[in-house]
Write a protein that binds this ligand. Structure first.
Ligand code: NAD
Length: 462
């Protein structure tokens, strides 16, 4: 595949400071498809410098003009969506149709939403005898994961640019080609030099250098809770703004009055999409004891249908990790009803869609984020029990509630310690704030709430 051998800094592709590279592997066949430069602290320095230089002019650019540039970026993403989908499929492994619809499609929606928000947001308001201004925070260090490679980038860069911030992006090492395509799109859209900069590289080298850089005013990180804690501590020590979108272990709560077949079917589809590599996936299915056996049978049937229709996991490490969790589930006494730890293909990092029944809330597979196509079905006795189980992990990112009517589901959802809940299969809304309670994170992405993360307030009194 086509790859740049430099970094996108100050509006051009520049030679990397070092000579090390990162091999990009296609997880479906384990073949190396490209190499990208492994950035070091000097690359990060150069990118932060470029972002710093570009900041005053971009911050002073009228919001309508910033909106026009973001709209142009959205248009380039539309024009290049097939290439984006093919690139995501090559480096992440997602089936092409899923890449087209979700990996290429959602970022177009999100970029479009920020083109509109940049033009309409109230960057100035009157409060009594004061005028309050929402001003851009400054240079943003954005660190993104591989699971939704373009969405994670756009969900940070689009609101940052709408706010008037400039950005240095360090994308995940598994999916740098999508990030390079995004940098090309930024260039084509006529976004001024230095407003967006890209440094590819390893997390503990380039990522850490970016998170620790004194020239970065806000660190926006999406990834694992372990790395998020480290980044939060570094930012806290420097009194620096930080946004953290971390892991999840979300509950799909099926109340007894719900349409059981629909709730189970949608729940299984929610986990199997992207091979279970979705931080907000509803990996715990909570079912009333009276419907338990029926739910298990429905889930087994739904998961078995996925068979070989799901893509591989992203890399060898995740492949080993997810199969290890499946083995742990068996060892701790959960009942395997579909799937298992055996690799279904000789080549590629595939894992079979897997469903466990008789999972108890304290089991490892019910507590830790697996990040693979694995669903745990947990029994509850009454609503209080369901709520205790739903809230009984360190995470609180997302969830679902199903009931005969929305009001019953809403009453339950309001008691869940989680940032986003889908009621009776509610649709994705690119304007709804997304982010976690508890150890799932700090801050929100998407919509106006996502934009406000990149703003700070100044009040003038008259
Ligand atoms: P990860 O934390 O290992 O890596 C995420 C990013 O951080 C990568 O770009 C990586 O290079 C970088 N990084 C790694 N170590 C670093 C360090 N010491 N300093 C600075 N940067 C560093 O996570 P991952 O394996 O890429 O992604 C999977 C995890 O991300 C899962 O736990 C998942 O739940 C979480 N996730 C959360 C959300 C969300 O919105 N809440 C979205 C997607 C993924």
């Amino acid at each position: 595949m086509k790859a740049h051998d430099g970094m996108y800094i100050g509006g051009e592709w520049r030679a990397a400071a070092g000579t090390d590279t990162i091999a990009v592997v296609n997880p479906a066949d384990e073949q190396v498809i490209a190499h990208v430069p492994a950035g070091v602290a000097e690359d990060v320095d150069a990118a932060v410098f470029a972002a710093h230089e570009a900041f005053p002019a971009w911050a002073a650019t009228p919001p309508a003009e910033r909106a026009a540039r973001i709209a142009a970026l959205r248009d380039v993403l539309v024009a290049r969506k097939d290439e984006i989908a093919e690139t995501v499929t090559a480096e992440l492994g997602a089936p092409l149709q899923f890449s087209q619809m979700v990996h290429a499609g959602v970022p177009i929606l999100v970029a479009g939403s920020y083109a509109e928000l940049a033009a309409s947001y109230a960057f100035e308001e009157k409060v009594g005898n004061s005028t309050v201004y929402a001003e851009p925070v400054g240079v943003v260090g954005a660190i993104t994961p591989w699971n939704y490679p373009l969405h994670q980038i756009v969900a940070k860069v689009a609101p940052a640019l709408a706010a008037g911030c400039t950005v240095v992006l360090k994308p995940a090492e598994d999916t740098p080609l999508t990030a390079q395509l995004f940098a090309e799109a930024v260039h084509e859209a006529g976004i001024p030099a230095g407003v967006f900069n890209l440094v590819t590289g390893l997390g503990p080298v380039a990522g850490q250098a970016l998170a620790e850089h004194p020239g970065v005013d806000l660190v926006s990180f999406t990834g694992s809770t372990a790395v998020g804690k480290q980044i939060g501590a570094t930012a806290g020590a420097a009194v620096k703004r930080v946004a953290l979108e971390l892991g999840g272990k979300s509950a799909n709560v099926i109340l007894p009055s719900a349409d059981l077949a629909k709730a189970v079917g949608v729940g299984i589809a929610n986990v199997m999409g992207n091979s279970g590599q979705t931080c907000s996936a509803w990996t715990r299915m909570l079912v009333h004891t009276s419907q338990y056996d029926e739910a298990v049978a429905l889930a087994a049937e739904a998961a078995a249908k996925y068979g070989d229709r799901i893509g591989p996991l992203v890399n060898a490490k995740q492949h080993t990790r997810v199969r290890g969790y499946i083995e742990k589930g068996v060892a701790e006494g959960a009942r395997l009803v579909v799937g298992g730890p055996e690799a279904p293909c000789e080549q590629g990092y595939f894992v079979s869609p897997t469903v466990f029944a008789d999972v108890t809330p304290e089991m490892t597979i019910a507590q830790e984020e697996i990040f693979g196509p694995v669903v745990s079905i947990i029994r509850y006795e009454d609503e209080g029990d369901a709520l205790r189980i739903a809230n009984g992990t360190v995470y609180g990112l997302a969830g679902a509630v199903w009931a005969a009517d929305d009001a019953e589901a809403v009453a339950f959802a309001r008691r869940m310690d989680t940032g986003q809940v889908d009621i009776n299969g509610g649709r994705f809304n690119p304007l709804a704030p997304f982010g976690g309670y508890k150890q799932s994170g700090v801050g929100r992405e998407l919509g106006a709430h996502g934009l406000s993360e990149y703003l700070q307030t100044k009040s003038l009194q008259f």
